[in-house]
Ligand binder design. Structure first.
Ligand code: ASP
Ligand code: MG
Length: 420
């Protein structure tokens, strides 16, 4: 008998009919002899609806007091769906009880709307499991040291589920969602994209941070830190499919590189349109320049991604980097106000119409020529590369936004991901 955590996304919670299906699926697992903890998201659209109401009342408030109330508000979405799952479980003839994060408790820090889980007390949940109950725990939320309700950021139910699985040492954490696994790339862009049966944790982490929206990135970090076996699978398979068949479906995130397995050099292509490029032109090429520019940016809590410093000419150089598109204007203003005067740099220019496309694969560690194959495929399509960044298991390029789909299709083909 194993302890299993199931997480169901908003679409799976979309209607009473779908919640009934969730209950039937969980009941099947419970009847197969497993101890079950279920972590539901809010019903689809509910979090947006709630946050939209707040926005109508206070369009652009930014204060801790306001963010505290946003969490108080948004957490109700998961409380409602959790109670509904417990009710549906009971209707299926199983004993079931639901808990909000604060009742478990799931302890977090006090960063409202983006809190981090610090610890989970599993006593209450374990006692219920031992009494034969199916336990439902709200996703997305916890309680801070002062007793305030907190939420974990959008998509945070994934992280709740993984954290609970880690705290309870679950045999596996199954993330049920509206896709049937992790794909080589977004199938809406490349219809030939293939589902990966396994993906290493490092690759998943890169894919999640590079724009694949399947899992919240923090949930992947959590899974890596605590070695939680994680599986992404569809909640739209027939509820009565054999439990053993279901148990091996989807994509399993693995932790050890299986030496014997012939691994593709590149496992997937990720892309994001969320970034913007900023260049500071004509900065003096002297020690400390990068720090003087990026130090101010970091000070303002703005994340920087790809960074390039050009070769200097006549003692001057250009310095470029990317930030999230939402931070674009703030970064430009900050550089104009604080950095340009100090450096005597000539100009700040920017471009929001860019996209970042990345190839990801642990096979890149042991193969040469992977990046050049990427550059060749892009050049054959006439796509100009604006910036490049690499790490051990990924190569990213920044290109014009209008070529992103063409680039993804070309790379998917070049690395033969459609033949997997
Ligand atoms: N309901 C929350 C959201 O929409 C959390 C989640 O679904 O994971 O972001
Ligand atoms: Mg989600």
């Amino acid at each position: 008998m194993a302890l299993i955590v199931h997480k169901y996304g908003g679409t799976s919670m979309g209607s009473p009919e779908r919640i009934k299906n969730v209950a039937k699926r969980v009941a099947k697992w419970a009847r197969a002899g497993h101890q079950m903890v279920v972590v539901p998201s809010a019903m689809s659209g509910e979090t947006n609806r709630l946050l939209g109401l707040a926005k109508e009342l206070a369009p652009s408030r930014v204060s801790t007091a306001y963010h505290r109330e946003l969490d108080m508000l948004a957490a109700t979405g998961e409380q409602a769906s959790s109670a509904l799952v417990a009710i549906a479980m009971q209707a299926e003839g199983l004993e079931s009880v639901s808990y909000a994060g604060w009742q478990v408790p799931v302890r977090t820090d006090s960063s409202f709307t983006k809190a981090r889980i610090e610890s989970i007390d599993d006593k209450r949940v374990r006692a219920d499991l031992d009494a034969g109950k199916v336990v439902i725990v709200t996703g997305f939320q916890g309680i801070d040291p002062d007793g305030n309700i907190t939420t974990l950021g959008r998509g945070g139910s994934d992280t709740s589920a993984v954290a609970i699985a880690a705290a309870m040492k679950a045999a596996e954490c199954l993330i049920y969602t509206d896709v049937d696994g992790v794909y080589t790339t977004d199938p809406r862009v490349v219809p030939e994209a293939k589902r990966l049966t396994t993906l290493s944790f490092e690759e998943m982490l890169e894919m999640a941070s590079l724009g694949s929206k399947v899992l919240q990135i923090r949930s992947v970090e959590f899974a890596g830190k605590y070695k939680v076996p994680l599986r992404v699978l569809s909640s739209f398979t027939p509820v009565d499919i054999d439990v053993n068949e279901e148990a091996v479906s989807g994509t399993l995130i693995t932790f050890e590189e299986d030496e014997k397995m012939e691994k593709a050099v590149v496992s997937g292509i990720a892309f994001t349109r969320d970034e913007a490029k900023i260049s500071v032109l004509g900065v003096p090429d002297t020690p400390g320049i990068a720090y003087q520019i990026l130090g101010e940016v970091a000070e303002a809590n703005i994340d920087v991604d790809v960074i390039i410093q050009n070769l200097s000419k006549d003692g001057k150089t250009d310095f470029s980097f990317t930030v999230n598109r939402n931070d674009y204007q703030r970064t430009i203003d900050l550089l104009k106000d604080k950095v340009l005067p100090k450096l005597g740099a000539q100009e700040v220019v920017g471009d929001t119409k860019i996209a970042k496309v990345s190839i990801v694969g642990i096979g890149m560690r042991s193969h040469v020529g992977v990046a050049s194959k990427m550059f060749r495929a892009l050049s054959e399509e006439g796509i100009n590369i604006k910036m490049i960044s690499t790490s051990e298991i990924k190569t990213s390029v920044v290109i014009d936004e209008k070529y992103v789909e063409l680039a993804v299709r070309a790379l998917h083909k070049a690395f033969e991901l459609d033949q997997a």
